[in-house]
Design a protein around this ligand. Structure first.
Ligand code: G4P
Length: 536
């Protein structure tokens, strides 16, 4: 196995060959196209969505998307697993597509070991790229960068690299260097392997021509690159070597340096080199933070944590699938694991792996893999599954919502039904649900306003329950933390502001920052927190 530049024990080969990662990008930069090409090279789908007819195109794009269509809901953040060049197993975890910074995205990123940042060569670093990058930084995730759409007019290569270095405060090392742009784009020079990779414009899915060269003075370059482009190309590469840092594996693993590849996803160009980069630089499944101790992937005993719950994947059955990132060990179907929160054993008899279009029963899985566990609601975000040890995986926070509204059932007799529906969405992580101590009804909190619409239509669709969201007297929610007695005393003195969340934890609701400051002054023994670590 590869030297990971860290002083970790060598992993069992089955674990060491796993690469679990996500793709982040601003909408339209080419995430879907790239995902599709990954699946194609991974043999998970036979043909990329080359049907370019408008309308139809989106539907045929990828099986990943088709799944979403068939089920009418997003199965995003599930993982697609596929082998790459027989040696590697890639687990590609899809990040949800909404434009708001969302908890979903954050939690998805707790399940991966690396991220690929896709940028559009003409647009550079866009707002959503920046936001998602910041989330990756919170976890020091290693980032590989793919600069897409080089077949179109794009910005100067140094400009793009400078922008990434400046806006994202990360060092950039070129793994490849583009030759020509737009109509004149010929391909790339692979700086890591000293090869010319030439694009075949005529055939989108044909593997590009690859020519080994010996340095920039190799006469073979003249055979493939017109003189005017060649001169510029040589100058640029010399300058890049002088001015930009060289690949440093440890800096990449630390998240302070990102290698950048240039390509054109739609032409399948540069995609293989990027995949080789993931294979080569990894990282392999990483150590997971937990209490009372960290968990290494090589440990014999199986453990994992739930980072996503998807309810009602099949609207006819009230099933839920909990997505579990395996943190350690070698899992077999039928294993009995301990559900740490309830301390109860759970036989995992129908775990699923997501292989392109299909869910498949997972007969076995290893640390680094993501499996789906169908259940009836026992498994919640943040829950740990182990072979008995009381582990708690940390770093899966819940964020205070930024928008609050009252939720009422169209039919007041259906309040109980509504409670059930809301609790389910809360467990799924789709919204925060607060039950005020005083008064009736529920207050629902979300991050982006669009989520209210999505919730209303899902409650109607999945529970046959029309609902209304109305303005709430409150605009902020904070979890109340502190000693048991202190929290109780605080709650008793501030009854009008108190509510409980779906786990029964106390929450302070207000519309004034002033109130939050007042509490900090008057009740130093309790803390009002905008985040809550999930679970026990
Ligand atoms: P997203 O998931 O990040 O939102 O991006 P997506 O892959 O859907 O790509 C957005 C648009 O950019 C699509 O065009 C896609 O065909 C195009 N695209 C992706 N990669 C490349 C590339 O390397 N070069 C060029 N020139 N275009 C690329 P669209 O017109 O929005 O959709 P469609 O009608 O082509 O399906």
């Amino acid at each position: 196995m590869l030297d990971t530049a860290s002083n970790r024990p060598e992993l069992p080969p089955e674990i060491g060959r796993r690469r679990t990662f996500a793709i982040i990008s601003h909408p339209d930069a080419g995430k879907t196209t790239l995902t599709e090409k990954f699946l194609l090279y991974g043999g998970a789908i036979q043909m990329a969505g080359q049907v370019r007819a408008k309308g139809e195109a989106r539907r045929t794009r990828s099986d990943f998307m088709k799944m979403e269509q068939d089920r009418g809901i997003s199965v995003s953040a599930s993982a697609m697993s596929f082998d790459y060049v027989d040696k590697y197993r890639f687990n590609l975890v899809d990040t949800p597509g909404h434009s708001d910074f969302s908890e979903d995205t954050f939690r998805t990123l707790t399940a991966v070991d690396a991220a690929i940042m896709v940028i559009d060569g003409a647009k550079g670093v866009e707002s959503q790229t920046q936001k998602l990058f910041e989330v990756c930084r919170l976890r020091d995730l290693p980032i590989l960068t793919f600069c897409n759409k080089m077949d179109r007019e794009s910005r100067d290569t140094f400009d793009i690299i400078d922008e990434i270095q400046e806006n994202l405060a990360i060092d950039v090392t070129p793994a490849s260097w583009p030759i020509g742009v737009g109509r004149e784009f010929l391909g790339c020079y692979d700086m890591l392997r000293d090869r010319l990779e030439l694009m075949d414009r005529a055939d989108r899915n044909k593997v590009a021509e690859s020519v080994a060269i010996e340095g920039l003075d190799d006469p073979k370059l003249e055979e493939h690159i017109p003189a005017d482009l060649l001169e510029k190309f040589r100058e640029e590469v010399e300058m890049a070597r002088e001015l930009l840092p060289a690949m440093d594996h440890q800096a990449f693993l630390d998240g302070t340096l990102t290698p950048i590849w240039f390509g054109s996803a739609i032409n399948s160009f540069g995609v293989k080199e990027l995949m080789d980069g993931i294979a080569k630089f990894g990282p392999e499944p990483q150590i997971q933070n937990a209490e009372p101790r960290q968990v290494g992937p090589e440990e014999k005993k199986v453990s994992g944590f739930v980072f996503k719950v998807q309810a009602n994947m099949d609207p006819k059955h009230r099933d839920r699938v909990a997505f579990v990132r395996l943190a350690s060990g070698h899992f077999h179907r039928g294993m009995k694991l301990t559900h740490v929160r309830s301390k109860k054993p759970m036989a995992i008899s129908n775990p699923v792996l997501f292989l392109a279009a299909d869910r498949e029963l997972a007969e076995e899985a290893w640390a680094g893999d993501i499996i789906g566990i169908p259940n009836h609601g026992q498994l919640r975000i943040g829950d740990a599954l182990t072979e008995g040890e009381a582990l708690r995986f940390t770093g899966i926070p819940s964020f205070a919502p930024e928008l609050l509204r009252n939720c009422r059932a169209g039919d007041p007799m259906k309040a109980k039904h509504l409670e059930k529906a809301l609790m389910q969405f809360a467990e799924e992580g789709a919204a925060k649900v607060f039950k005020p101590t005083f008064g009736s009804g529920f207050i629902v909190g979300v991050v982006g306003a669009l989520q209210f619409e999505v919730l209303a239509s899902r409650i109607e669709l999945e529970y046959g329950l029309p609902v209304r969201f109305e303005n709430s007297q409150f605009t902020s929610a904070r979890w109340v933390q502190g000693g048991k007695d202190d929290v109780e005393n605080f709650g008793a003195a501030n009854k009008q502001h108190m509510a409980t969340d779906n786990d029964g934890d106390p929450v302070f609701l207000t519309r004034l920052q002033w109130d939050i400051d007042r509490v900090a002054r008057d009740y130093p023994e309790v803390t009002l927190s905008a985040t809550k670590e999930m679970m026990v």
